[in-house]
Design a protein around this ligand. Structure first.
Ligand SMILES: *Cc1c(COP(=O)(O)O)cnc(C)c1O
Length: 379
């Protein structure tokens, strides 16, 4: 019997006595001069240029407090910090989008807030209230509004991170944590012609089968993937296709993205469990597919079933989903000497339509029937 996937009984109770209901009113210390003029959006590599400011808040004496927006820069970290030694750290990933009329939007930020809470609880970190989280993002983006790119397909990537900030090297919960949000302008994610090529990873796993950290955005998960993805890259692939930790048979994720297969008119994506990250993009695509009347099954799918579909000519499309890439077509994933390629040239028609629809909602080009976007007031 699997226990319910909620916080363990020993997990810290949520502490948002200070900012649970009240408006978050961060102290703001602005930069003397903005670095924005130096930004060359056309030649910016993902994750190398950060905007002028960051949000910071500290947990101590049993509560989160002292929210502030300060110039982007290093934060104090003890060499004995548990974050550094034992990876007691969790993060999120999302974007702010600029519409054609200049309006700035966040996409389903309360989903990210809830996922950050779940990640915190799994790592025994005192969670941040959902409204505090969203208010922090909005306040930071309002200050750095000019950093949200106006170029088509570009956006401001948002990276919230929560980590232990106490100096002690005993493995136990900390008494001090820090919550930081930094942002970085990003361009459109290109998969190149023909879609992603994935190496099926048959030895390493992203996450153990059950009871691990795979459903959390825990920093520790990502360190373990670098060896595989570098190996795949050296062999000429774009990324790794992860299989399950028990049998190395069921498809789990594509790199750090969720994965979908369109086979014989229906779409299949692996179900959320202990080893699959509940992507906000994944959840949104499931809704958009249902809106279109395309059947979606959240079901385990074995790599040999994908191969059988490719052989039978019923594998129509494959795509991966995540905030950074939105919807990325998968062009091929050779397995045991045989090509697994979709019938439709990547990007297939459904992949392309989903990309257009989701980015249409995010950038405010089309109606938002599910109320997914949140406007950031910049006044
Ligand atoms: C963040 C992440 C995703 C995608 O989640 P989105 O909310 O759609 O960005 C998928 N897989 C892994 C392992 C991730 O870390």
């Amino acid at each position: 019997m699997k226990p319910a996937r909620t916080a363990s009984p020993g997990a810290p109770k949520p502490h948002f006595a200070t900012y649970g209901k009240m408006a978050l009113n961060p102290k703001i210390v602005r930069v003397r001069s903005s670095r924005l003029a130096d930004l060359d959006m056309e030649n910016t590599v993902f994750g190398e240029v950060f905007s002028d400011h960051m949000f910071s808040m500290v947990y101590q004496n049993g509560r989160w407090g002292s929210p502030e927006i300060v110039p982007y820069g290093p934060v104090p970290l003890s060499p004995a910090s548990i974050a550094l030694n034992y990876a007691q750290a969790v993060f999120e990933g999302m974007k702010a989008y600029r519409g054609a009329d200049g309006t700035l939007r966040l996409f389903r930020p309360y989903r990210n807030a809830a996922r950050l809470r779940a990640s915190c609880e799994r790592l025994c970190i005192p969670p941040i209230g959902e409204q505090v989280f969203v208010d922090a993002l909005k306040a930071l983006i309002a200050v750095d509004a000019d950093w949200v790119p106006a170029l088509p397909g570009c956006a401001l990537y948002i990276r919230p991170v929560v980590f232990s900030a106490e100096d002690h090297i005993e493995v136990r919960p900390s008494r001090r944590y820090r919550f930081i949000v930094v942002t970085a302008p990003v361009g459109r994610y290109f998969t190149g012609g023909g879609g992603l090529s994935l190496k099926v990873e048959e030895y390493y796993t992203r996450s153990p089968a059950e009871g691990g950290l795979g459903a959390s955005k825990a920093a520790a998960n990502y360190a373990g993937t670098i060896l595989s993805s570098e190996g795949a890259r050296r062999e000429g692939f774009d990324q790794v296709l992860w299989l399950d930790g028990r049998e190395r048979r069921y498809v789990e994720e594509a790199g750090l993205m969720n994965v979908f297969f369109k086979i014989g008119g229906r779409t299949v994506t692996p179900p959320i469990g202990d080893s699959i990250l509940p992507g906000v993009t994944r959840d949104s695509l499931i809704t958009l597919l249902r809106d279109r009347g395309v059947p979606v099954e959240e079901q385990r799918i074995a790599i040999d079933e994908v191969l059988a579909a490719a052989r039978a000519g019923t594998l129509e499309e494959m795509f991966a989903s995540a905030t950074a890439a939105v919807v990325a077509p998968i062009g091929n994933l050779p397995w045991r000497g045989e090509a697994i390629a979709p019938r439709e040239a990547a990007p297939g028609p459904l992949t392309g339509a989903l990309y257009e629809e989701l980015t249409g909602i995010q950038f405010g080009r089309i109606a938002d029937p599910h109320g997914w976007t949140e406007i950031v007031e910049t006044g």
